[in-house]
Design a protein around this ligand. Structure first.
Ligand code: ZN
Length: 347
């Protein structure tokens, strides 16, 4: 059995050390200016002692909160706990109900605000960080009563989502427009994607190193080979076996072998609109693999590049789990915030 320990922020009842600097000016000396007992909402603490200080320089007064507290009624610990309940899949109302069982009264609207704030914090944390390897994958999530196409970008260094875009992944122009500022801001040099042709165009246009997820490749090529196994003339079956071998070993010069195989096959005899014969389909498959081969093997030259896009798929899985409550969002911003928070590791 594995026990995962959740570390929530500490909440102190009082703060003995004096403030170092005035909230309003450069002042560094203060007089104590009274104290208040502030009732707080928290999992354990009910009251904290807050001292007021007066700045000797500008004469203004301010409250100096103990660790884990702020002007808000609820402590940092309770905020994070409520957000956590929500990211685990409870609705705002259900989160509020669970808290009431712990004798903490927090309205679903307050929880909704804390969730939005949590998402803002994550956005800020990600705004300028360096991301070298980016995983991209499209998904459909419920929003505004129907399924919406979104494009999820994951920092494959940490596994955290970087951005969720309202973009259709099959449209290379749209993906380029959306990705260009991200590439510049974060210094992205590598993308990991599935085998969709739009990503090849995007990688070439933005001069990014491209790794195609090998799980995807094996899935679709495996399926194509299985179909051809039944349809191509028996004397050519060995070609299928060769392709299987190449995909298994992924030799860097595999495209040469594929090209050599392609040359051995008879040329195209059917003319459109005649449908292609099985051998012609095999020829097209060889050509496509040959063309994409480079992007199958990138990971071999750089150890940090993963050979699958699993981390991105995991992120999307978490977002889909949340999508049921995200459905209620009225705007793209709200939905984006919810999806980001759902898949992020909390601070
Ligand atoms: Zn001051």
């Amino acid at each position: 059995m594995t026990i995962v320990v959740l570390k929530l922020p500490d909440v102190k009842r009082k703060r003995e050390e004096r403030p170092r600097q005035c909230l309003y000016c450069e002042g560094e000396t203060f007089q104590r200016w009274g104290q208040v007992n502030k009732p707080v909402k928290d999992l354990r603490v009910r009251n904290v002692k807050v001292y007021r200080y007066r700045c000797c320089r500008c004469k203004r007064t301010f409250r100096h909160y103990p660790e884990g507290n702020s002007r808000a009624d609820q402590t940092e610990r309770l905020r994070l706990f409520a957000v956590l309940l929500w990211t685990l899949g409870l609705s705002h109302r259900a989160s509020s109900l669970i808290l009431s069982g712990l004798q903490v009264w927090m309205s679903h609207m307050t929880i909704w605000r804390d969730v939005q704030e949590g998402a803002q914090k994550i956005k800020k944390r990600h705004q300028w960080k360096a991301v070298r390897i980016l995983g991209l994958d499209g998904a459909h999530v419920f929003g505004w009563g129907e399924k919406q196409p979104v494009l999820v970008a994951v920092d494959l260094g940490t596994g955290d989502p970087l951005v969720v875009g309202y973009v259709n992944e099959s449209d290379p122009q749209a993906v380029c427009r959306w990705l260009t500022p991200l590439v510049q801001r974060h210094g992205i040099t590598v993308i990991v994607t599935d085998d969709l042709s739009s990503y090849k165009i995007v990688a070439e246009k933005l001069q990014l190193t491209h790794q195609v997820c090998q799980f995807h490749v094996r899935r679709w090529v495996g399926k194509a080979l299985k179909e051809l196994q039944e349809t191509i003339p028996k004397p050519w079956l060995w070609v299928l076996e060769e392709i299987r071998q190449l995909l298994e070993l992924l030799p860097p010069d595999g495209s040469k072998s594929l090209y050599a195989l392609w040359k051995q096959l008879p040329g195209r005899r059917s003319t459109p609109p005649q449908s292609r014969s099985a051998l012609e389909q095999l020829r097209d498959l060889l050509l496509r693999l040959c063309d994409h081969w480079q992007s199958y093997c990138t990971f071999q030259s750089e150890p940090e590049i993963p050979w699958t896009n699993n981390a991105t798929e995991r992120s999307i899985g978490k977002m889909k789990m949340r999508a049921r409550t995200v459905r209620g969002y009225k705007s793209w911003q709200g939905m984006q915030a919810g999806l980001m928070l759902a898949a992020s590791s909390l601070p």
